[in-house]
Design a protein around this ligand. Sequence first.
Ligand code: PLP
Length: 232
Amino acid sequence: MTTISANLQAVKSRIQAAARSAGRDAGAARLLAVSKSWPAASVRAAFTAGQRAFGENYVQEGVAKIHALDDLDLEWHFIGPLQSNKTREVAEHFDWVHSLDRVKIAERLSAQRPAGAPPLQVCLQVNVSGEDSKGGGAPAETAALARAVERLPRLRLRGLMAIPEASDDVELLRRRFALLRELLAQLNRDGLQLDVLSMGMSDDFEIAIAEGATIVRLGTAIFGPRPTKGLA
Ligand SMILES: *Cc1c(COP(=O)(O)O)cnc(C)c1O
């Protein structure tokens, strides 16, 4: 068994155990394998081990891998910061975007999504830690952004995404994840039908699952420490 397939198995059992101990279904949280900075061959190895959904942070790197692997039936998620001059590439090549935080970007993605493709599945990124350096909209602006995105014909709003600050403080991380869960619940009380909480990375995914994550985004736990740390 390769390291990647052993890591995948280990991580999947931790995901299931975390869900069960939170009183949720074992399959309640889906695994997104974050392949940024790893070559197409690593993605292929993970696919062989049964993984279908992959996340990329950089448009050019992601599109190159999508082309290199177009013989495989993969689901591609864009999870990085998105500039307006890169929206067309994302709209044309990816299945999901987790990092939507501006109406202007949403409008471009909707306009540029090819007619033959299914709607682009999107999550709104919320800045739950209040750090200036983090992407994402302010929690108080989430509802207005959600209403604007809901109206766009080629996007399908699925839920919310967050990246809390790295921290050893479990209670702090719990509060960050709980805030995202409460924001989603409020949007649903206001009449939306959102089913995705994209939260939790290699160092904190068990806490995120305890707080309701439905997608966890793991890179290091599957592929190992990234070779080009500077980029990440
Ligand atoms: C890199 C990255 C991840 C994965 O991080 P790990 O700590 O390697 O699991 C998840 N989400 C986003 C948005 C990332 O940029």
